[in-house]
Design a protein around this ligand. Structure first.
Ligand code: NAD
Length: 303
């Protein structure tokens, strides 16, 4: 089989952000409302700081209002819950995102449950989880939503396809399975205890890998012509790139799929970086616009 088609998530995400910006302009001119996203960061985790910075920047670039709330590592749960209450009641805030992980003294589930489900643009509130599984109007977690958008754009109708989701986290694996089921796929959810994972993968027309193990899914696990969505983001040593000033090897990002091997067999595949990653923030912006329309009784933006 020839090399797989590369599904360009970076380009797709740029187009989605343009559509969001068009909708923001429409909402402003039709209703005078400016959609707003509040992002809450507790602590100094470098990766979280980068994510929050990117989210705020892209929010503003799409014409929306960005509200950033940063707290130090020692902040207590009551302070955070008081802020969530304030944001829930602020009409200028249509979406609330609390960057995870939170420090140990804060009960993550308690904080996520305190967010108004209609402003829960991360889709982690149990009300939105329930709506997703029962076919209601939910806000869907951004990363799996981005994967499903890419799959539908590339494959069209997913009905009847065998899909395997590797990973059962609340953030990616489980909502991904719900989305594929909603598209009438026959879905297998695989995890660390799954027996004969390579064999189960080989039966799948769609493979979504969300494990967090570098290049675990090998080329000979893939059914010829299958579509492979690689959610994993893993940093590995790349001594071929040379050394840093402190003598440590330089690093590079890889997914959960052995890209070179899988691309020989698959029909299509997302690269890492440049595949699923950029879709996550674009879908967050999309969710904020959707939430804003619902809160203000405006027509669904259809994006
Ligand atoms: P997680 O650690 O919460 O879950 C990993 C899942 O993989 C678990 O359900 C576990 O059962 C399963 N697993 C572990 N070892 C396995 C094995 N050997 N075989 C089969 N299954 C196994 O991780 P997560 O939050 O779901 O994230 C998964 C990956 O996706 C990570 O690399 C993460 O960085 C990446 N991620 C990317 C984005 C993005 O924006 N692209 C967003 C979220 C997560």
């Amino acid at each position: 089989m020839a090399d797989a088609t590369v599904i360009d998530g970076k380009a797709f995400a740029a187009k989605l952000r343009e559509k969001v910006a068009v909708e923001v302009t429409r909402i402003k001119s039709e209703s005078g409302v400016t959609p707003g996203l509040a992002v809450v960061l507790v602590g100094e985790d470098p990766a979280s700081k980068v994510y929050v910075g990117s989210k705020a920047k892209q929010t503003v670039e799409c014409g929306m209002e960005s509200f950033e709330h940063r707290f130090d590592e020692s902040t207590d749960e009551a302070t955070l819950l008081a802020l969530i209450d304030k944001l829930n009641n602020d009409p200028a805030v249509n979406g609330i995102l609390v960057q995870l992980p939170l420090p140990d003294q804060i009960d993550e589930q308690k904080v996520l449950s305190a967010i108004d489900p209609d402003k829960d643009v991360d889709g982690f509130h149990t009300t939105n989880v329930g709506r997703l599984w029962t076919g209601g109007d939910s806000l869907v977690p951004c990363t799996p939503f981005g994967c499903s958008v890419l799959l539908k754009d590339f494959l069209g109708n997913l009905s009847g396809k065998n899909a395997i989701v590797i990973g059962r986290s609340n953030i990616v694996g489980k909502p991904m399975a719900a989305l594929l089921l909603a598209e009438s796929c026959t879905v297998t959810i695989a995890h660390s205890r799954t027996d004969d994972l390579p064999g189960k993968c080989r039966e799948a027309d769609i493979v979504v890998a969300a494990v967090g193990r570098p290049e675990m899914v090998k080329g000979d696990w893939i059914k010829p012509g299958a579509t492979v969505i690689d959610v994993g983001i893993n940093r590995i040593d790349a001594p071929e790139k040379g050394l840093n000033d402190d003598g440590s090897p330089k690093t590079r990002l890889v997914g959960d799929v052995d890209y070179a091997g899988a691309a020989q067999v698959a029909g299509a595949i997302t690269p890492v970086p440049g595949g699923v990653g950029p879709m996550t923030i674009a879908c967050l912006l999309r969710n904020t616009v959707v939430a804003c329309c619902r809160q203000n009784g405006l027509a669904d933006p259809g994006i």
